[in-house]
Design a protein around this ligand. Structure first.
Ligand SMILES: Nc1ncnc2c1ncn2[C@@H]1O[C@H](COP(=O)(O)OP(=O)(O)O)[C@@H](O)[C@H]1O
Ligand SMILES: [Mg+2]
Length: 473
């Protein structure tokens, strides 16, 4: 048991600590960075017998592995980002902007969850425990009705249990008694532990609650899902402070105005990171999108200049996206450069290389770039597609709709190889694209029999790419 406790306030930016709360840290001068911390006096200082000798190492060979004990949520896109299903005793943080659909996702995932295969299966009510500190049970009920979960239920025996409570101690007591196959806390910012002062949502509260939930998960083997809102103020008291505590961090992203939602793995102790799950939000809830490439290319204009298909990767998954560019004379003094969905620094660099190496004149022209569907692409393999879209719009020459591009552009205009070239090509062939422009170095390694009848051109630099794209038309 912990020794005597004392509460101090510590600056989250510089570590300065004070016995009382301060609005501004006197040491580093930042505002709102003080958070309560529990200071535990070491046991030895209190004269308590030492626990030395009580910790017992065990041989690795005698420990039973939990690998292969994953439990499916029956939502394939969610299983994918979790690394193949729910791991018993794991703590998963689901972060995202308010209103993006976190509650919806978890309600859908755990509505008929009975933990079949886990050691917590077969309790009195069978179903998961959904703790809502934000919504009343009636609100959750009406959401479940709107999503049509009640009628679609496969397992009549597993009853989802609802608890409206904000005290962590009360929540844990209820969970202990019920022993549910899974526990959902919606959200971490609205619950509080009675052991700390401070309002729910403060850094100390959020962190302490998460640590206690982690403890519960490990001790009982119950998988715990924690919902965390990304706060406007940024990192403080948002999901970021929890990232190192929990096992898995998923971010739910998307634009409210778009129906696509992307669930992204940021950290996973039990699987690969950078996986994504793609969903579409509708009146009846989140729908899985099994073939995102087709969806993201669905409304592509087939005969417009400035549009090109880029073969990108999201984790282990190839994803074809449309990149659009609009290049037009500026109507104000300073030409504007704007990039949505691709890194704008990177886009500026590519435009600079185009000007310098390929003699493309962009002075006095506005350049707007956009990745269709509200996607954000971070990898450099879309460089060549960005350059191609810009030139296509500038010269008003369209790029064949059945052509796709990938390749990284270097500062001297060279086109560099990217990883997973064959995966990208296979995905493109699957949805019916017939031509490709890819880095020469990638082409050399690809066995021709795997190309599936595609016409692939390998290019070593930007000028060769421009030549291959625009010389024939
Ligand atoms: N009555 C409704 N009809 C249709 N869609 C709704 C309704 N209520 C909520 N939604 C959708 O669900 C989203 C909110 O999802 P929710 O799971 O509550 O988000 P979060 O938990 O991340 O704050 C809304 O942005 C909206 O798209
Ligand atoms: Mg919610």
């Amino acid at each position: 048991m912990p020794g005597k406790e004392k509460i101090v306030y510590q600056c989250q930016a510089c570590g300065y600590s004070s016995p009382k709360w301060l609005g501004r840290c006197p040491d580093c001068g930042q505002w709102n960075t003080m958070a309560e911390e529990r200071l535990i006096t070491p046991r030895r200082a209190l004269g308590v017998t030492s626990s030395l000798g009580q910790a017992r190492p065990e041989p690795l060979s005698s420990i039973t592995s939990t690998a292969g004990k994953r439990i499916s949520t029956k939502i394939e896109e969610l299983d994918r980002v979790l690394g193949g299903g729910i791991m018993p005793g794991s703590v998963v943080l689901v972060g995202g902007d308010p209103g993006i659909g976190k509650s919806t996702l978890l309600l859908q995932a755990l509505f008929s969850f009975d933990g079949t295969g886990s050691k917590n299966a077969g309790t009195e009510n069978g179903g998961a425990l959904y703790v809502s500190a934000e919504e009343s049970p009636e609100q959750i009920k009406s959401r479940a009705e709107r999503l049509g979960l009640e009628t679609a239920r496969a397992n009549k025996a597993a009853q989802l249990m609802i608890l409206s409570e904000i005290s962590l101690e009360a929540i844990l007591a209820a969970a202990e008694k019920l022993a549910p196959p899974a526990l959902v806390i919606d959200s971490i910012q609205t619950i509080y532990t009675e052991e700390l002062p401070g309002a729910p949502g403060s850094v100390g509260q959020v962190r302490d609650c998460a640590a206690k939930l982690m403890h519960f998960a490990k001790r009982s083997g119950t998988p715990v899902f924690i919902v965390g809102h990304v706060t406007k103020e940024g990192a403080i008291a948002g999901p970021r402070v929890l990232e190192h505590i929990v096992d898995t961090v998923l971010y739910f992203e998307g634009q409210r105005s778009h129906s696509f939602r992307i669930l992204r793995t940021v950290k996973n102790r039990f699987g690969s990171t950078n996986e994504i799950g793609v969903f579409e939000m509708s009146d009846s809830g989140l729908r899985e999108v099994a073939n995102p490439s087709e969806i993201f290319l669905a409304e592509r204009p087939l005969d417009a200049a400035g549009s090109v298909v880029a073969a990108s990767m999201e984790g282990t998954r190839p994803l074809l996206v449309e990149i659009q560019a609009l290049v037009s004379p500026t109507s104000f003094g300073v030409a504007r450069r704007s990039a949505l969905g691709v890194d704008s620094q990177r886009a500026n660099l590519i435009l600079a290389v185009l000007e310098k190496i390929s003699g493309v004149h962009l002075a006095g022209l506005d350049v707007f770039l956009n990745v269709v569907g509200g996607l954000k692409i971070e990898e450099t393999a879309v460089d060549l597609a960005v350059a191609a879209a810009a030139i296509s719009s500038l010269r008003e020459k369209k790029i064949p709709p059945d052509l796709f591009i990938f390749g990284e552009v270097g500062l001297s205009g060279e086109v560099r190889a990217v990883n997973n070239a064959e995966l990208r090509i296979r995905e493109a062939a699957k949805i019916g694209l017939r031509q490709a422009i890819i880095p020469k170095a990638n082409l050399e390694k690809i066995k021709s029999e795997r190309n599936g009848g595609l016409r692939i051109t390998g290019v070593g630099n930007l000028n060769e790419a421009i030549e291959a794209l625009f010389s024939s038309s």
